[in-house]
Design a protein around this ligand. Structure first.
Ligand code: BES
Ligand code: MN
Ligand code: ZN
Length: 500
């Protein structure tokens, strides 16, 4: 989709659909201006909608060059934050889909939000709301493929809107790329095929990718990754991604780790199919988020040294599969007693986290669809956030929460107090891989913490990564959760003043 910004008079905007977000308390002169440009039909619709939140009306105006005008209520101006703007834009996206409009315009609303943030939110909401996964539809040929052109009409805040619109386009592309990866059929994303897709993405976007094969993983003694892979037909891979710009502001890299379980059957501790194994192709959503974020970081040319690590395998009950009772020797040298082969994510992440130490990182962030307990605790809109007690943990939590709030990928902190660790005590090894039925999301975080020796934050995205029913601008299936959060967090780190 092409995105541009114009200051052309509103009535001259030649589009199939013009989306006009209006606040409940929009000033007289703004509504007068809309009516003057778009005519009496719009006036009547404005009187109806009145800017009420979640209300909208489609108008076929006699005046102006826009074929259709969609009024979308924003609610009160002071409450109209980026999320509200994204949702209004997504309402526009669903009308654009339904009416199969090729060109779409937006009147950039004048809000307390900066022009840049408003422009970004409009384009993000629209592009994310327009997403459709049609790769496996045999009737796709000739079907409507979404709008081709998006024009933002901005007067006062034109320059900000331009910057924001471009960033929104790039961010949404990254999120949609992550969604595509999650929605792929498991057959089309074996670890090796996934690694190929990442290599391709790296070439296209300009970051480096190196892929380790099983032999290298064995040499590195990644006992967790190898154990989980034992029941599989397909060998594991370990993917390293690097973005190192010349003028990076950080001396030590920020490392992003993504759980890459390409399919999680549970292994010998087999999952039931319904509402459980049936969506476990999404168990690589952490990995997908890291890839999506890398695409955006590179395209935005963020001046930050960032490394991505993805341990990738599937988890299956093959003849040679690891069994409950197995004691593993991990990459770190620690031993782990496996008591449930379905707690596999923490095993492959533990190896990646212990390897991450070799980078002497400033910070390591991991994203993982790690526990069903996360879904129980926080649902599918908000991810769980945990951090260890090094280097100003409070500031780290706050920065991540703020980035979550601004980006729309919300996170909420859970404690990692030491008494939770008791639940992981093993009779035979240094620790066991399950912590019992209490506080399952936290004990998984506690397990990971054992393998970490630097500032670190863990995001359990089990709920938000994959939806059973559509939410505003997030379709059913893979959501690309984490991409926007990571980009917003890293953008702030690269240049705190540029924040919007
Ligand atoms: N991939 C699952 C977690 C999950 C659950 C992701 C629901 C998305 C939605 C993970 O590997 C898993 O199976 N976790 C177990 C851990 C338990 C055996 C300690 C769980 O949460 O039940
Ligand atoms: Mn599992
Ligand atoms: Zn899993």
């Amino acid at each position: 989709m092409k995105v541009s910004v114009t200051t052309l008079p509103l009535r001259e905007l030649d589009v199939d659909l013009l989306i006009v977000p209006v606040a409940e308390d929009a000033p007289e002169e703004h509504t007068a201006y809309l009516i003057k440009a778009l005519g009496a039909e719009v006036e009547r619709a404005l009187a109806d909608v009145g800017g009420k939140k979640d209300d909208d009306a489609l108008v076929y105006p006699a005046e102006g060059r826009a074929k259709r005008v969609l009024l979308v209520g924003l609610g009160k101006t002071e409450e109209a934050d980026a999320e509200r703007v994204r949702r209004a834009a997504a309402t526009g996206a669903s009308v654009a889909q339904k009416r199969e409009t090729n060109t779409v315009g937006f009147v950039v609303p004048d809000l307390p939000l900066e022009g840049e943030a408003t422009g970004q939110a409009l384009v993000e909401g629209f592009s994310l709301g327009s997403y459709r996964f049609r790769q496996y539809k045999t009737d796709a040929h000739g079907a409507f493929d979404g709008p081709q052109r998006l024009v933002l009409h901005a007067d006062a805040k034109e320059r900000g809107a331009r910057r924001g619109a471009e960033r929104g386009r790039v961010v949404a592309e990254g999120v949609n790329a992550a969604r595509d990866l999650v929605n792929l059929s498991p057959d089309d994303k074996t670890p090796t095929l996934f690694a190929k897709a990442v290599e391709k993405s790296g070439k296209r976007c300009g970051y480096e990718v190196s892929v380790w094969n099983k032999t290298l993983i064995e040499e590195e003694k990644m006992g967790g990754l190898l154990a989980v892979n034992r029941g599989s037909q397909d060998p594991p891979v370990f993917i390293e991604m690097t973005w190192k710009p010349e003028h990076a502001v950080n001396e030590k890299p920020i490392v992003l780790v993504g759980k890459g379980v390409m399919f999680d059957t549970g292994g010998l501790s087999l999952k039931p199919t319904k509402n459980s194994m049936d969506f476990m192709k999404a168990d690589m959503a952490g990995a997908a988020a890291v890839v999506g974020a890398f695409e955006v970081i590179a395209k935005l040319n963020l001046q930050l040294h960032v490394v991505g690590l993805i341990p990738a395998t599937d988890n299956r009950p093959g003849e040679n599969a690891y069994v409950p009772g197995d004691v593993l020797r991990m990459h770190s040298g620690a031993t782990v007693e496996v008591l449930n082969t379905d707690a596999e994510g923490r095993l492959i992440l533990a190896d990646a986290l212990s390897y991450a130490k070799t980078y002497r990182p400033e910070l390591v962030l991991d994203l993982a669809t790690l526990t069903g307990a996360q879904v129980v605790a926080l649902g599918s809109n908000v991810a769980a956030l945990m951090t260890n007690n090094r280097d100003a943990p409070e500031a780290r939590l706050q920065a991540l929460r703020d980035a979550g709030q601004r980006s729309g990928d919300r996170v909420h902190p859970l404690p990692l107090d030491d008494d939770y660790k008791e639940q992981l005590e093993s009779d035979v090894a240094d620790l066991k891989n399950v912590g019992g039925k209490e506080a399952g999301c936290i004990t998984a975080g506690k397990f990971l913490e054992h393998f970490v020796s630097y500032p670190w934050a863990h995001l359990d995205i089990a709920g938000p990564a994959f939806l059973q029913s559509a939410k505003p601008y997030r379709p059913k299936g893979g959501t690309g959760f984490g991409v926007r959060l990571l980009v917003e967090f890293l953008r702030e780190r690269a240049d705190p003043r540029k924040r919007s």
